[in-house]
Design a protein around this ligand. Sequence first.
Ligand SMILES: [Zn+2]
Length: 228
Amino acid sequence: MKKKVFICVIILLCGYFGFVAYMFNSNFYIKEFTKSDEIFQKIKGKSYKDDCIVPVSELRYVHIFHRDFKGRVRKGELIVNKHIAQDVLEIFKQLYKAGYEIESVRLIDEFNADDEISMENNNSSSFNFRFITHSKKVSKHGYGLAIDINPLYNPYYKKTDVGEEIVEPINAKEYVDRTKDFKHKIDENDLAYKLFIKHGFEWGGDWKSCKDYQHFEVSDDVVDKLYN
Ligand SMILES: [Zn+2]
């Protein structure tokens, strides 16, 4: 009798953990899409601008779960380049499992593809087509080969030759001083930093002429191999 109960408990536990694993994996997935799909309608004319030269076939929709700043489970959506989609999925799985907090992971199109507004709302995102200023080269976000995490707490910062300080987003000034201790700060001890580096990304916090603490990207060599 005891043996039967034991077997029943084992079966129930296997079923339970199997179900949990199924639910987990069914919320972390990558989707290919075409111009006739609903996903494209959301990005058309916004992050996928009319002059976009990156074929839709190079992009992927990534669906994830993440924890927000109150620890609640939230659905997240990203458009990234197909060459990093699997890495991005794995990184977000690890972050979710570790309880890492990311406030918002919504398509930048929900912010009318306005990078500044998306950042001001601390939204993490990747693809947003644009050329590098004064050039015909596509930026890494333009290829979906760069990703920004919790941008409000991890701003872009540059001091120009004439001493002007540029902070993006504009409401992130209190997070420019990285000697300060505050939550959601990305530095070398941060899990997102460790995972992105492990997956071969470079970090904007390591740059010399400016700092982009929210920003992870594939190296110039990889971009050149893929697109130039
Ligand atoms: Zn960025």
